[in-house]
Design a binder for this molecule. Structure first.
Ligand code: TXA
Ligand code: MG
Length: 329
């Protein structure tokens, strides 16, 4: 099962894209950049490749995957779109939005990828390398974030390498990603539901729909036995170091994840990483996972986190921070 050494392809170009598409066709596992985070791709129609993917990530197999496709026409071959889903696809694709829809009859995606559900999560990514790979491969590619299950999502090829080297076949290095948090997931049910806040702010979606998104019932999305977005386990995105939220002072032995121009008294620059000095939420989202990884590596007693405003991309940032703060042990 172990594919042996992982090849790192340093830059995108025709040769890289061809190699990635060939590897997917042969049932291989290919990590590639999307605009949100790096994904670990497998041929969505190949159940063996998908089984290897779950194994490489150490992912619970009840947790279904997002199918990535090149455009709306390709998405409509695997999922049934209602009117609101089409509105959202036209407004935000390609881009950081995932739609959960009924599986189309004859959908070519393996049941293993959807964990036996009769719905499927679909997204059209915007990153040029992801788009090229999808175009040359020519079919849906399932891709969870390219990290070991439960770890912080990767925003650089180096993050992917440190989690998955030796367990996957190929990493396409497209540099640091732009958005930095995963896609927003909307369940296109009778009343549309925000299953996961992410790269498209809730308000932008509500503006297009002309109505509010339902909030999943409190226990479903996060840590019940039957979550609506099954991956939203409370302890997802956990660094090894304890995370302390809403810090207004630094305790001894802690490192600081800061936000905004204000200095916290008594903190040393060397023990601080600032998500965005100028208080910009897009910049903070792009830095979030990389900084959590870097602070986690310091061996501190805890990572103290300054409050981040909850509007716009702040909703996704705070969601990930709350999950990082939950520990199962
Ligand atoms: O930005 C992203 O979405 C990244 C990039 C690589 O595209 N992908 C990503 O995938 O975040 P992953 O596997 O880490 O998260 C997918 C989430 C999980 O929480 C999963 O439970 C949920 O989507 N999901 C997938 N299929 C679903 C379905 N049919 N119904 C409800 N939730 C679903
Ligand atoms: Mg993930």
């Amino acid at each position: 099962m172990n594919p042996g050494p992982t090849t790192l392809l340093p830059a995108a170009g025709e040769a890289t894209t061809d190699a990635a598409a060939r590897c997917l066709r042969e049932g291989g596992l290919v990590a590639f950049p999307t605009e949100t985070v790096y994904g670990l791709g497998a041929d969505a129609g190949n159940a063996t490749a998908i089984a290897r993917l779950y194994q490489a990530k150490g992912r619970p197999s009840f947790n279904p995957l997002i199918a990535h496709v090149g455009d709306l026409a390709a998405a409509r071959r695997i999922a049934d779109f209602n009117t609101e889903a089409i509105l959202l696809a036209e407004a935000f694709w390609p881009g950081p939005l995932t739609l959960v829809l009924p599986k189309a009859s004859g959908c070519a995606v393996a049941d293993l990828a959807t964990a036996g559900l009769d719905t499927i999560a679909v997204r059209v990514p915007a990153h040029p390398i992801a788009r090229e790979i999808l175009r040359v491969f020519g079919g849906p590619v399932v891709a969870p974030s390219a990290n070991v299950s439960g770890h912080v999502s990767p925003t650089t090829a180096e993050h992917v390498r440190s989690d998955l080297a030796g367990r996957i076949d190929l990493i396409v290095d497209g540099g640091a990603v732009e958005v930095g948090v995963e896609s927003t997931i909307v369940g296109c049910f009778e009343v549309p539901m925000l299953l996961r806040p992410g790269g498209v702010p809730r308000l932008d979606i509500e503006r297009v729909l002309g109505r509010a998104l339902l909030q999943p019932p409190p226990d479903t999305a996060v840590d019940s036995g039957q979550p609506l977005a099954p991956g939203m386990l409370a302890s997802h995105y956990a660094p090894r170091t304890r995370v302390r939220l809403d810090a207004d002072r630094l305790e001894s032995g802690e490192v600081l994840l800061a936000f905004g121009p204000d200095r916290m008294p008594g903190t040393h620059a060397s023990a601080t990483m600032n998500l965005s000095e100028r208080g910009d939420l897009a910049e903070a989202a792009a830095n979030l996972f990389g900084y959590l990884r870097a602070l986690d590596a310091r061996g501190a007693r805890a990572i103290a986190v300054m409050p981040v405003p909850d509007h716009g991309l702040g909703e996704a940032i705070n969601d990930r921070l709350r999950r990082a703060a939950v520990r199962q042990d």
